[in-house]
Design a protein. Structure first.
Ligand code: ZN
Length: 593
């Protein structure tokens, strides 16, 4: 379903629905203090770290960082779009949702958010076109040669919209200046980077082959770039950073092209690189997706599950590829997908393999691919001296956590049989080990899932300023008058406050859960739900808010002073008298001397 749901209906459903009721239909919850807790549906855990607040109508998982309101829960849990989630919850509460055609309402909030996204999409489209044209200009010759060397056909170049970004620092900037696109917008989607000095921008992608990263809806979300400068110091590959329109955890390269074929063939092959995917495609494998430097996430798994239950991992046959496959397997297993893996000859990637041995040989490899657990067991057993009990046990301890995740008991006993043979241990003893694993309270599997590393301690006053502004939206105007987002030192909180400042919604229409819902960047949203779940309560929140403002201003001023002092020293060292005098005056003004 596409289209937009009218604001008033969303509003009505938001205020009628109860997040605890909706989540409880899918996740058993227990009351704990002011909140409800349960086992997180988005990562594997045995002690509950998934909290739901009935008062704030939001949820947050302290294990994996997931968070949001009732709509975002259903979107993530059932893999549905925003209008679909709204409709489902509406139905539960007896509210029918008529959808409207885009643009039929004036400047509603959702359409203005959507407009913004559309604008970014069109900028990306222009950029992609420009990169493509550039590939065929004189300066694109080395890029063409490189593609030729890698056996990439001109049909593939067209199909995947491959392009080239020049060596220049302002190739795109100049282009977009002519088109009157604001540089700030280019920065927001990661095409350009702001210079450290704060004056001006430069291109992110320079002297690279460019692959547009395209969503299932065929819109360009971001770009990947392969360096061809042969400069040792530059990374081989870079990708666009996450933005309002690009969320790495939900985009896989090639999905827009592969989806039909995945459905038809009944399985998907996952590779690691752009060139792997395109090479396979050229040889007739169309049901292929590439991770391109991103670890597989539960969101990816959910998207794949919409098209098939069968996944074949075709990763590089080196240590890094094997580790990435093992991590990916775990996520896919959680989602109940059947995962197989292909074992390529040592130190080979799919691109090299298919170019050397051709389609038939790779097809055979894929047909004969092993279930992932066997692949894993074979890899491990190859490194273990089976005469040493200690080594045997160490090898098995790597496999047991995976076995413990298999829910189907027939499947499990089959694996136990095979693996016990492989490792030459009795079936019974292996079974006991798996059982023990299942019983142990402390789960070691969790560490492999995408658990966020412990949050760095961000500034207390910045955290509480954001928290109090969201909990009491009537403060927004006051805070906006006194503080500039540039005063923030924490990047995520800065994004959050910028968003809050730019919302332009009457405060009486705002609630914490609505703000959470509107925050477009997932990373920011997760941080906010975590902040909001904190149970600290202040006797005098107005006073705390004022203290936070003062503390942030003081720190920002201190930073300015330090910067000026540094610059003044530099001016003295390089004997720039006029500049020194100016800096000295600025400094005195700032210090109020
Ligand atoms: Zn979680």
């Amino acid at each position: 379903m596409t289209g937009f749901v009218s604001n008033s209906i969303v509003e009505q459903i938001r205020s009628t629905s109860d997040i605890v009721e909706v989540i409880e239909e899918h996740v058993p919850l227990k009351k704990s203090g002011k909140n409800f807790v349960g086992l997180c549906p988005f990562h594997s855990e045995k002690t509950p770290s998934f909290s739901v607040s009935s008062e704030k109508q939001i949820y947050h998982c302290f294990g994996c960082g997931e968070g949001g309101n009732v709509f975002s829960f259903l979107m993530k849990f059932s893999n549905v779009s925003f209008p679909e989630a709204v409709t489902k919850i509406g139905k539960r509460y007896g509210i029918t949702v008529p959808t409207e055609v885009h643009g039929s309402r004036g400047k509603s909030l959702y359409s203005s958010q959507a407009d913004k996204k559309e604008k970014y999409f069109s900028v990306n489209r222009l950029a992609a076109q420009y990169f493509q044209q550039n590939l065929f200009k004189g300066c694109g010759k080395p890029a063409q040669d490189y593609l030729h060397k890698r056996n990439i056909s001109s049909d593939s170049v067209k199909k995947f919209q491959v392009g080239y970004s020049s060596k220049s620092w302002d190739f795109l900037l100049t282009h977009f200046r002519k088109k009157n696109v604001a540089f700030k917008d280019l920065e927001k989607i990661g095409l350009v980077i702001s210079k450290g000095s704060g004056t001006g921008y430069y291109d992110r992608f320079r002297d690279r082959i460019i692959f547009p990263i395209i969503g299932l809806d065929s819109k360009i979300r971001g770009f990947g770039g392969r360096d061809i400068s042969h400069n040792e110091k530059t990374p081989k590959y870079i990708n666009s950073p996450e933005s309002v329109i690009y969320n790495k955890s939900e985009i896989l390269f090639g999905f827009n092209i592969a989806k039909e074929s995945i459905r038809k063939k009944g399985f998907v092959v996952i590779v690691e690189g752009y060139f792997d995917l395109i090479s396979l495609y050229q040889h007739g494998f169309e049901n292929v997706l590439a991770t391109c430097g991103t670890a597989l996430t539960t969101r990816h798994a959910g998207l794949i599950k919409r098209y098939t239950n069968n996944v074949v991992l075709l990763f590089d046959s080196d240590e890094a590829g094997y580790k990435a496959a093992a991590r990916g397997f775990e996520i896919l297993l959680e989602y109940g997908l059947n995962v197989k893996a292909v074992d390529l000859p040592k130190n080979m990637d799919p691109d090299t393999f298919i170019n050397r041995f051709g389609l038939a040989q790779l097809s055979e490899k894929i047909d004969k691919s092993e279930l992932f657990i066997e692949y894993l067991a074979n890899k491990i057993v190859g490194k273990v001296d089976l005469n040493s009990l200690e080594e045997k046990l160490r090898g098995l301890s790597t496999i047991i956590p995976y076995l413990a995740k298999i829910k189907n008991s027939i499947e499990l006993s089959e694996y136990i049989r095979k693996i016990s043979e492989l490792f030459q241990v009795s079936q019974q003893s292996l079974q006991d080990q798996v059982k023990k694993k299942l019983e142990t309270k402390k789960t070691t599997i969790d560490s492999n899932v995408e658990v966020k590393t412990k949050k760095k301690v961000s500034d207390w006053s910045e955290r509480n300023l954001v928290r109090l502004t969201i909990l009491h939206p009537e403060n927004i105007e006051k805070v906006k008058r006194k503080i500039d987002s540039d005063h923030f030192s924490d990047g995520i909180l800065k994004e959050a406050i910028e968003f809050i400042f730019d919302m332009n919604i009457p405060t009486e229409e705002l609630s914490p859960q609505k703000i959470v819902e509107l925050i477009p960047i997932e990373e920011v949203r997760k941080n906010i739900t975590e902040l909001l779940m904190e149970t600290i309560e202040f006797d005098n929140p107005d006073k705390v808010l004022e203290d936070c403002i003062q503390s942030i201003l003081k720190k920002a001023k201190q930073k300015d002073v330090e910067n000026l002092i540094k610059q003044r020293i530099e001016a003295v060292n390089s004997k720039k008298v006029v500049e020194f005098q100016k800096l000295d005056k600025d400094l005195k003004d700032l210090q109020g001397v």
